[in-house]
Design a binder for this molecule. Structure first.
Ligand SMILES: N[C@@H](CCC(=O)N[C@@H](CS)C(=O)NCC(=O)O)C(=O)O
Length: 229
């Protein structure tokens, strides 16, 4: 059965990146339907795929599954080779916890440092609101703790759902030039070295659509007119 992944712009849509990376790293073949966010095509078409109106959406035969965690859970159930959790139970508990923390949190980071893979800004973390700074510090600690406890290169030692969840955050830190402690920086380097991420970045550069509310976000990044994509 052919799997189809409906995604937004590769450059801007972090949840699309997670689903795409999960499928790639699971070695599962899939087709891609790209609906650039907030275009006429988006508004006309997205409702055909999901009642939630957001990407990613996975089409598996006559099933439509939306939301990144539901997509990953569905694929794990049907494909034993899909990316899962580390075999060590402590690492499993850790990666499950931090993956859930990502899925449900870090709103200030998501608003003030939106994904923009092809852009480069030289920002200091103190340019951002105190809530976003707190998010950056928490993520830095999560990555350092993972490295110290499980030895890297991945957050639980072995590649897992947690690495998929934090991959777009690593790319955001590259975009905004956020300096990190070495044990956290090594996670960014590991993500950047993945061929699937390198291809995603290349595809992002080739996209022509521009979301100016993201590209023109001011240096202070107050997030006033930001939307979490
Ligand atoms: N919790 C969802 C988040 C999905 C989401 O927010 N997707 C964004 C793009 S990255 C979107 O479709 N935004 C469209 C909108 O806000 O109307 C998931 O894990 O998949």
């Amino acid at each position: 059965m052919v799997l189809t992944l409906v995604i937004g712009n590769k450059n801007y849509s972090s949840w699309s990146l997670r689903a795409g990376l999960f499928l790639q790293e699971s070695g599962l073949a899939f087709e891609e339907v790209r609906l650039p966010l907030f275009t006429e095509q988006w508004f006309q078409t997205i409702g055909q795929y999901t009642p939630a109106g957001r990407v990613p959406v996975l089409l598996d035969g006559d099933l439509a599954i939306w939301d990144s965690t539901a997509i990953m859970g569905h694929l794990q159930e049907r494909h034993p080779e899909a990316v899962g959790w580390p075999s060590d139970s402590r690492a499993r508990a850790y990666t499950r916890s931090i993956a859930a923390e990502m899925h449900s949190g870090f709103l200030a980071l998501r608003e003030e440092l939106p994904q923009n893979i092809r852009a480069r800004h030289n920002r200091d973390r103190r340019d951002f609101s105190s809530s976003a700074q707190k998010d950056i510090e928490r993520i830095e600690t999560i990555w350092q703790t993972g490295y110290q406890q499980y030895g890297g290169p991945w957050l639980g030692g072995e590649f897992s759902v947690a690495d998929v969840m934090y991959a777009p955050v690593a790319m955001r830190f590259v975009t905004y030039g956020i300096q990190l402690a070495p044990a956290a920086q090594q996670f960014v380097s590991a993500i950047q070295a993945l061929p699937s991420i390198q291809q995603w970045a290349k595809d992002s550069e080739a996209e022509s659509e521009v979301l100016s509310f993201i590209d023109n976000l001011n240096a202070a990044g107050t997030g006033d007119d930001a939307a979490a994509v």
